[in-house]
Each structure stands twice: as C-alpha cells, then as structure tokens.
Design a protein around this ligand. Structure first.
Ligand code: IFM
Length: 453
C-alpha cells in the first residue's frame, strides 16, 4: 500500500541539549542539575555523562549538513538554560547566545524550520542550590523570565516554541523515583513539582502572547494509551487512575484549563493536595496553548495492586509482543488510539508528534554501515498509524523522529542508540544508518510504502 501524506506535512527530527551538545563547562556555560547528577557515581550506566556528548556544540555545521541532506523540514532542539544564563537568571552568557544564533541562522539558511524546547530537563544548578529548583514556586517566575528572554533574542526567527518536554518525567523520575536529576525521592514533592511545571507553562504562554510574538507555543507531553489488563472492576479502575495520573493530569490543565477532579481528590486523600492558589487556577484557565506536542513510545496495560509503588498498580508486558532495547513494547496501533482519543476528548487540538523512535542494538559494520531494518520497520508502522489518524480527522501536522543522532540516554548513558545517525563515540564520527537513507526517501516522496495490508 502507498500512503501519501498531506502536502504541508512537516517531517522532522528531534534532539535535546544535554543529550548531544557536550561542552558542558565551556565558553561560560554554568552547570546544570544533569552535569551534577551524571557525575555522582552509580547514577548513570557505565559512568557516562554529557561532558562531551556528541560534540554537537563544535560540530553543529556538520549536523546541519546531515539534516539538509536527509531533507528534514524542521528540527526540534532544546536550549540549555545554563548556557545562556549560567546562574539561571541575571547575567547573560553572550557566547551561549551566539551559539544558538548560529544554529538558528544555519537552520533557516538550509530551509529547516527551528522549533525550540525551552526546558528539556537541564535546570541550572544555581537554582537547585538556591531554593530547591522545581520544588519551589520561585522557579516559575525564573522560568518565565528565561523564556521571555529567549523570545526576545530569537523570536524574530523562531516561530514555534515548546515550554516543557515531558513534565511527568521531570516530576516523577526526578523527584519521586530519583533516577533522574536532581535525584529526589518524595512523592509529595513530585506532585508539587507537577504544578510548578504546569503553572510555568501557562505563565509562559501568557508572556509569549503579551510580548506580541507572532508564532505558536505549545508543550510536549509523554502520553500513553492505557488499557486495563482485564475486565475486573479493580483493573478498570486502576487503568482509569493511571490514565489520570500520567495523561489527564497534564492534558486537562493545558487544554481545558483545570486539573482532573478524580486525580486531584486522590492526591488530596492519599498524599495531601498540592499547593495551588485560586490565582494559579485562573492563569491555567486563561492560557491554553496553540498546539500539543505528543511523545509516543509505547502503551501501558494496567493491573491493580501488588506493586511497590504507593500509586499501587502493575504494568503488564504481553509475552507475545516485540520489545526495543529499552524493553518498551512495540505497539504502533497505540499511536492511532492515542491520537484519536486525544482528538475526541480535547476537541481536536493541533498536534505535532514531537518524538517517536526506538533504541535497538545497532551494529556498525566494517564497511561503516548500519543495517537497522528493525528501525525502518518500526518507523514505517508508526507513520502508517499517523496517516490513518489524519484520515480520521486528527489535526496532526508534524512528526519528529527521535532522534537525529545517537545520544546520551539519561540514566542509560550512551548504551541505548535511538539515532538515525550512528555516533562513533571515540571519534565522534557521524555515520548514516540505513534508516536515515530510508527517511530521506520518505521525505522526498512524502509517502511510505508498506506490504499489502
Ligand atoms: O531520550 C529521551 C528524550 O530525552 C525524552 N523522551 C524520550 C526519549 C527516549 O527515552
């Protein structure tokens, strides 16, 4: 079957600053919580860290050429807050600003539209030290100030902005599970952090509009289609709860301007309600975003109880499914289900898939090629589901493959490769995987071909 995408469909790739830039302490950059966390022994597999990363900071011109040759229409990247504001606020590091100016200008010269994520997890360490970072309400104003500065410096050329990447991960992996920076382990803090992230998003949307910026602003959420493991009432309830805590807790405030009542009540009864003022609620209700960024990787099948988690549920992994190197179930249909549900439940918002992709055990051959047919299959199946969703009226206008290149996969270090481009971490050479050549064709023809189905 041949699936031709709409003419204006935007094919892109995504990255994040800490995962690729390197130059962590160069040219005036201040330390971030990830610079600190990754150097704590035992936190990251193999003792990896992002000090050098893919050396994108020095090699971005080579990376621009690669993007241009693949043919991508848009590139999603993040700004390292501490590179432009080493202390999180106050003095600007001009060298950091110059770097992003060069990158943005280079993209535009090559016909690639920039889309910037303001926060992809690398809070300036100074703000963590000063008041506890995202756990403190003060961070909201500091974030809005930083964001406003970015709009002022780059908004003449950058017309698409994402406030946060995956606030669920920032809150829970960073403040409850502790496997991400800043490594805290307190559920109440994590819940409070969700509110500070959401409030900072809404206040930034407000500031963006107040400044008269003429682009679009949205947020990227990691979302999951959630299924109950059985028809039992307990499993059905657990699935509804997980949908609320993972998805609706973030979707409702950004798209409807309010927190979902069932989860609010649950948090209140179980851990104590987060501190949220009436003024905060008013800000949420007044500032809806222009688009929703969706990161889709896998579905969740939920069973009630028994787990160690105080949130009390178990994730079931079907034994007959295939899994990526992250042990994530490959389930392309889930993308379709998710897009349809979002559209129906939230009145057809404009959606960009801001991340989708997979890590596999890539092998670099002696001829310096990487045959990653499994990644091609993965992407093809997901693109097909996206196509089907568009046919059903979903307002999906862009798709960013995660990731342009292999990179630092947080607690897993460099061991998990998500890229279309293989990175030789010794030489920092960039090597095209077969999937990069394949994606080049997809973009050129604006279509995919699948086996008869
Ligand atoms: O690498 C991450 C990215 O930083 C955020 N979304 C998920 C990706 C894969 O785990």
């Amino acid at each position: 079957m041949h699936y031709k995408f709409p003419k204006t469909f935007i094919w892109g790739t995504a990255t994040a600053a800490y995962q690729i830039e390197g130059s962590a302490f160069e040219e005036g950059k201040g330390p971030s919580i990830w610079d600190t966390f990754s150097h704590i022994p035992g936190k990251i597999d193999s003792g990896d860290h992002g000090d050098v990363g893919c050396d994108h900071y020095h090699r971005f011109k080579e990376d621009l050429k690669i993007m241009k040759t693949i043919g991508i229409k848009s590139y999603r990247f993040s700004i390292a807050w501490a590179r432009v504001l080493p202390q999180g606020k106050g003095d600007i590091n001009q060298k950091g600003v110059d770097f992003y100016n060069r990158l943005i200008d280079g993209l535009i010269e090559n016909g690639i539209e920039p889309i910037i994520t303001l926060y992809h997890w690398d809070l300036p360490q100074a703000l963590q030290d000063a008041y506890g970072g995202w756990a403190n309400l003060q961070v909201v104003d500091d974030f809005v100030e930083y964001a406003s500065l970015m709009f002022k410096l780059f908004g003449d050329r950058v017309k698409k902005w994402i406030t946060h990447n995956e606030p669920w991960v920032v809150a829970y992996a960073g403040h409850y599970v502790g496997r991400h920076a800043p490594g805290k382990k307190d559920i109440r803090t994590a819940i409070q952090v969700t509110h500070h992230l959401i409030l900072s998003h809404a206040k930034t949307v407000e500031a963006y509009r107040h400044m008269g910026q003429d682009g679009q602003i949205g947020i990227t959420l990691n979302l999951y289609p959630i299924k109950a493991a059985s028809c039992s009432q307990e499993d059905q309830q657990a699935a509804l709860f997980v949908d609320g805590y993972h998805n609706r807790w973030f979707l409702d405030p950004v798209l409807k301007g309010e927190y979902p009542k069932d989860i609010w009540d649950y948090f209140k009864e179980t851990f104590g309600a987060p501190i949220v003022s009436d003024e905060d609620l008013e800000i949420l209700s007044k500032n809806r975003c222009d688009f929703l960024g969706v990161n889709y990787y896998f579905r969740k099948i939920i069973k009630q109880g028994g787990g160690k988690d105080p949130l009390n549920f178990i994730e079931v992994k079907p034994s007959d499914s295939e899994y990526t190197a992250m042990n994530w179930e490959i389930y392309a249909e889930g993308l379709y289900d998710l897009l349809l549900d979002l559209s129906k439940n939230y009145d057809y918002p404009l959606i960009y898939i801001t991340e989708n992709g997979a890590a596999f055990q890539d092998v670099l051959s002696e001829e310096l090629s990487v045959n990653d047919s499994y990644r091609i299959k993965f992407l093809k199946e997901h693109f097909k589901e996206a196509y089907k969703a568009i046919q059903q009226g979903v307002r999906l206008e862009a798709y960013y493959v995660w990731s342009l290149m292999d990179n630092f996969e947080w607690a897993f270090g460099y061991g998990k490769r998500f890229g279309l481009i293989y990175i030789d971490y010794d030489s920092k050479d960039r090597i095209w995987k077969d999937s990069a050549y394949w994606y080049q064709k997809v973009i050129e023809t604006n279509s995919i071909d699948t086996e008869a189905d």
